[in-house]
Design a protein around this ligand. Structure first.
Ligand SMILES: Cc1ncc(COP(=O)(O)O)c(C=O)c1O
Length: 372
């Protein structure tokens, strides 16, 4: 079956800004500096300002950004079995970063309405070894940061936001990434702010933390080539930074388009058996990294959509507390995540999708509903 409505079409975004992209790449070629130069400096300043924090450090990807934030904040110390609580419903990279930093990921259950970390279950998962929490703003929707930060304050935990899917999202007037001690972003091409390759950043209001990330991202060399700390080799390159600066100017507009498309889906699917996850507009701004729905007959519906040439994906097909790398004996079962995990899937939605493609996808779902 040929795909007529792809889950993503990254070419469309680049076509919209092709001349600016070509010009900024040409500018970098002309300067002849390719790693951690002026473009990276400028992007770091612009990204920190956009997010409403004081500083940022560009790194090679979102996974490294999380690992470096955990290390630079002092939350996770190598060899100490420090526990970090996070959600079981997220990309495996969230937990991988905890392991790479030398910590132990512990998973707490999610809220069935928001699919993000439930503050009550978070509190129950805290032990004497817990040092940090990573709330994941899943699918572009912010976690309940007020409740999470209050619990973290009470138990002296470091909050590192995983904002890899939430560029530009706002909660109570503040951008994603400006609530915790630090936040990590990914600029993987499919993200709302994405490069033409890998990229990531740590942001924080703590300049010492960011200075430490800047040392760690370059092999841990504080002075030229002097090995002080066990760092990573995780640098942002000039071409990616230049491209991200061009796209940052469009981010709010592109997020607004995503919200409008999500509202069309919400409306067209309102009389179906699918559960949608809308948010009240006046409370916060969801940036719909993904448009996720819940349906018991997920596989039959996905196959039907594919037979119509409509591509869907599952985010995520495996819950992290059940993964061989992260599974451990003391981990309790997580009933909400386990029931939701079998039913969720994602419909095509991105800033350059057309209204007709959204309508056709919704129409196909309505047809399916009539049949079953
Ligand atoms: C929630 C979440 N955290 C972390 C990451 C890791 O980002 P990257 O792929 O840039 O390492 C991703 C991206 O896949 C993500 O979606």
């Amino acid at each position: 079956m040929s795909i007529r409505i792809p889950f993503h079409d990254l070419k469309r975004q680049n076509e919209e800004i092709e001349q600016e992209i070509q010009a900024c790449i040409a500018g970098v070629l002309q300067k002849g500096i390719f790693i951690l130069g002026e473009e990276v400096d400028r992007f770091e300043n612009e990204w920190a300002e956009f997010c409403g924090v004081s500083t940022a450090a560009g790194v090679n990807n979102g996974t490294d950004a999380l690992e470096l934030a955990l290390t630079a904040s002092g939350a996770v110390r190598k060899g100490k079995q420090d526990e970090v609580i996070t959600s079981p419903l997220t990309a495996g990279y969230t937990a991988l970063a905890i392991v790479n930093a030398g910590g132990v990921p512990v998973f707490a259950d999610i809220d069935p309405q928001t699919l993000t970390l439930n503050p009550n279950t978070l509190e129950k998962a805290i032990t004497l070894r817990t040092r940090a929490v990573i709330p994941v703003h899943l699918y572009g929707r912010m976690c309940d940061m007020q409740a999470i930060c209050e619990i973290a304050y009470q138990y002296n935990l470091v909050v590192i936001e995983d904002a890899a899917q939430a560029h530009g999202a706002i909660l109570a007037g503040k951008r994603a990434g400006s609530f915790g001690e630090a936040a990590a972003f990914s600029f993987y091409p499919t993200k709302k702010l994405g490069g033409l390759g890998d990229g990531g950043a740590v942001i924080s209001n703590n300049p010492e933390l960011i200075d430490c990330v800047k040392i760690l991202r370059q092999g841990g060399h504080a002075a030229a080539m002097q090995s002080d700390k066990a760092g990573l080799n995780s640098r942002l390159d000039e071409i990616q930074a230049a491209i991200l600066r061009v796209k940052l100017r469009r981010l709010d507009e592109w997020n607004e388009r995503r919200r409008r498309f999500a509202a069309i889906y919400n409306q067209l699917l309102s009389d179906t058996s699918l559960k949608t996850f809308s948010v009240p507009d006046n409370v916060d701004s969801h940036v719909f990294h993904l448009y996720v729905v819940r349906q018991e007959k997920r596989e039959i519906l996905r196959r039907f959509l594919l037979s119509r040439g409509i591509e869907t994906l599952i985010h995520y097909p495996f819950l992290l507390h059940q993964q061989p790398l992260f599974r451990h004996a003391e981990q309790p079962s997580l009933p909400v995540a386990e029931s939701v995990g079998n039913e969720i899937f994602s419909l095509p939605l991105y800033a350059q999708i057309s209204r007709e493609e959204i309508q056709e996808t919704a129409q196909a779902i309505l047809e399916f509903e009539k049949k079953v």
